[in-house]
Design a protein around this ligand. Structure first.
Ligand SMILES: Cc1cc2nc3c(=O)[nH]c(=O)nc-3n(C[C@H](O)[C@H](O)[C@H](O)COP(=O)(O)O)c2cc1C
Length: 152
């Protein structure tokens, strides 16, 4: 099983969530499995084509996803379009006031790719406290466990 986690962060808050998701997914994965975490600027079509599932993380930027995540989606869209339909995916968004537009913007693009979102979107508005960290842990662990069990 290979799980890909693609995210971006400028001030470190989304990176903090990504680290929690990555840690939880790695813990839930079997010894032979791989949980790969990449910055959105460093991830490309080959990473997606080689993955059994993908988690995307983005900060909210002007009511939209971050430029880095949009750049990632632009670069992978056509190379992956006919080859990744049905890919299980999940999304987390970090913002300060309103993450709705950012979440919707990613979902709209991914709808075109025909991936299957297998977990509710995790939207964190404001500081990452204990509850938010728990939710990020659950996201990573559930996603990895679901892939391992082939229920996603
Ligand atoms: C240019 C810019 C635009 C932003 N736009 C939004 C926004 O539309 N909605 C929101 O809730 N937060 C917005 N924020 C706040 C960030 O999403 C928030 O501080 C986030 O935690 C920062 O993520 P990062 O630390 O991973 O870079 C914006 C921040 C910046 C710098």
């Amino acid at each position: 099983m290979k799980l890909l986690l693609v995210s971006h962060s400028r001030a470190g808050h989304t990176a903090g969530l990504a680290a929690i998701v990555h840690g939880a997914a790695t813990e839930a994965a079997s010894p032979g499995s791989e949980v790969v975490m990449l910055d959105a600027f460093d991830a490309g079509p080959d990473d997606v084509l080689g993955a059994d599932g993908i988690i995307i993380g983005t900060p909210a930027r002007f009511g939209y996803m971050s430029g880095a995540v949009k750049d990632f989606l632009e670069r992978i869209y056509h190379p992956c379009l006919d080859k990744t339909a049905g890919l299980p995916w999940a999304l987390f968004v970090k913002g300060d006031t309103d993450t709705t537009g950012a979440a919707t913007s990613v979902e709209r693009v991914v709808a075109g790719l025909r991936w299957r979102r297998v977990l509710p979107v995790l939207e964190v508005v404001g500081p990452v406290g204990e509850l938010e960290a728990e939710a990020a842990t659950e996201l990573g662990a559930t996603f990895a466990a679901g892939l391992e069990a082939r229920i996603f």
